[in-house]
Design a protein. Sequence first.
Lengths: 520, 423
Amino acid sequence: VVTLSTDVLVIGGGATGAGVAWDAALRGLDVVLVDRADLAEGTSGRFHGLLHSGGRYAVKDPRAAEECIGENRILRRVAADAIEDTGGLFVTTPWDDPDYADRFARGCADTGVDCEEIPVAQALRDEPRLSRDISRAFRVPDASIDVWKTVWALAHGAQQRGARILPYHEVTQVHRSNGGGAVTGARARDVRTREDVEIHADVTVNAAGAWAGQVADLAGIEGVRVLPGRGIMIAMGHRLVNTVINRCQLPSDGDILVPIRTVSVIGTTDEHTDDPDDQMVRGDEVDRMLNDGEKLVPGFRQARALRVWTGVRPLFEDAKASETETRDVTRAHALLDHRRRDGVSGFVTITGGKLTTFRLMAAETVDAVCRQLGTTRACRTDTEPLPGSESGQTYRLGERLARKEAHLRDEQLVCECELVARSTLEEAIARTGSTNLDDIRRRLRLGMGPCQGGFCIYRAAGIMHGLDGISVEQADGSLIAFLQERWKGIWPVLYGDQLRQARLDDWIFQGILDVEHLPS
Amino acid sequence: VKSELHFDVVVIGAGTAGLVAATRLAQSGARVCVIAKGIGSTHLAPATIDVLGYAPELVDEVVPALERLIESRPDHPYALVGPDTVAEATSWFARTVSDGPLPGYVYVGELKRNLRLPSALGALRPSALVPETMAAGDAARLSRVGIVGSPALRDFHPGLCAANLTAAGIDARPVNLELALDRADANALGIARLFDDPGWRARFCAELSPALRAEEHVGLPAMLGLRDPHGVLADLESRLGRGVFEIPTLPPSVPGMRMYEILRHTLRAAGGRLVLGPAVTAHRRDGDRVTAVSTRAAGHEVNYAAPWFVLAAGGFASGAIELDSHWLTHERVLGLRLRGLPGAGEPRFVSDAFAEQPMARVGVAVKDDLRAEGVENVVVAGAALPGAAPWREHSGEGIALASGYRAAQVIAGGLAARAKATV
């Protein structure tokens, strides 16, 4: 058993947990972060990529709108490299309540969300694929954000300041001191090596999101109830639009279309589930989503659907709240200081919320941590740029292609769809020490384009096998696991040209490579 | 602008099935035209004639396995064409290659026993008939081998291939060459063009020779020339003093291009026409007969009228059969009826990537003589046929070849009957 001691243990490596690690490290605290899987493999990595302007909440939840626009402005500075400044439009379609538009404009004005109504003709010039039937259009500062880039940068920045980041470490016990009055750390198991790590911490932060109730249970804290809300998203194989498109109506299903990197993502649904690991996709949900896409962009159904996935929002309900307090299930974030709430010191839970406000959530959490530690240290994440964002230059589509074109003769491309070079792949495998091609995918976008790994995954497995210490069983196993994992997101939306692509991939892997009959 | 052309047979699709059907018909004296929106599967496939590789266990002796398959699956394309046609078609194909435009180039193997050839991943793929350039890779005779590649060749990874072969009990190891290509990316097609040059071959062998062990065969990605693979193989074997073989890898497929060239040449030599580019956009019907198909290109509409048509446009992979986003399935060229669809409410796909998918065996509904149901004069061949899961069975090229061959027989019979009636 390895033993570690730290000021702060963070359980959960999504945007919130990584944000807490970065924030605490910037304040000079010693940090250990554990996650049961890879970073951003849960809810964070399974969202649509929308950095909210706040417009979506301007009518329904003014406080959320104010938080969003504030964070939007900050993140454009400190996480510039992960953000594409697409801008956003709210458009009134024939299916939307025409009276909502004026309420929307008023709501934006009241909450400070920059919003300008533009002529429909101009909106259609800017976004020619948009339905000709829209009647009003408002421009807002929505953007798209690459959550993986964000989380790696947070983790990397924290590590540079001494934090220890331990992915694939599942918490098996949360320790209470003898008297029971304090949480003193946790035991985690490396799920790859089965080795245990004992972590002593002055404060433990439960940032497990939709899984926060499970972690609170481990700590013996009652009534932290997180109701997982399941939502599906579909990635289409093109930039159908270059601006984030929102339906101008009260937030509902299938009313956001987000252009991010080389694809566009439509989302989402909201359905209660009992299990945060529920990744089911139902056929009728897919069908509804495609219909919704058709309302925004006619011909949507003829475009290629690359894959579908499910994200699980953490919706918090405090079963221990007194009768006088609101018992609404809330989408706002919830910070529970268990010293105040339960008389257990050294333990803080942060859950609920949305990706756009992760930094704010982290700041409030680390404030609470500092209170428990009896120290006052100012938060700096609103001014300190993340690694890679120092220039303040936001990401531009085409940036990577321009970089690659400059070195086409001397750099081999492994994944043409996502422009991943061999040297980048080799470096990522060496840096992460991972033989899991799916982990590599989240870092490099390897295999995320239209061919969904058809051409690059054989190459990647071959290159991986050529590196020191990687056995043929590991390389073959990683290839097969990747194909299985990809298929999960492919088959529920497999039609049209993407089915042609899948058949070509069948020919490659079964017909040409005979991957099912490997001797190893 | 409109024009109308008349033929005895119009073949839609220029993959193996379409080219074989057209060539056979042209050789029997029919006026044949092949129209296709593009080249077919040949440039993607390894160009080995895989008749039946897995059923679902590994197939060693092909003929008895074929007979068992036919018995258990009466709707399988092989059940419709019969084992004799498979045998005739494969021997016709072998003769066609020998008589073809690539000097000395032959296919080897027979239906009696599958050969087992290394894949680029190092699995041992079962194939009945293979280019001579691959034959020395047969696992039955392969004991010691150097798998040769280069970091510049991203579509071939000798280390992984050799490691899997080692796991299969073959003494295999990777040999990496520099290949002085002056660029970081190279594919098999570009290098195949270099292999057609004797000077390149001499330099290649000079780099490879010192790296080889005694009595070691040499396996290379499939790139031993486009114009004269027989000469290239002979030259390499004599320079290196050992057996040399090709290993098929990711598309584009060099041996597939050779195969296409052989079939195209033979079709032209027999007087057949080949029009590549325009897709069929419409067709005319007269009762239960198709009378013409039309293409449209550059503002020009061309009608191809004929008493017989072969539909060899492929299945889902080519787009000739489409599943749309409303989960409706269409045959897009002639609007023919389909067979093998999952019933209403049944799943189209299942979550295990390696399980047989419910949509796998969808194809155009045909009668026993491969004529499409409901249409008297359209014969269906190749991947458009229902009842097979070719990439799992390793049967795609065998089905294409045998059904193309059989389609030609059916139509030749029809044309002869009509000629007789006219007399």
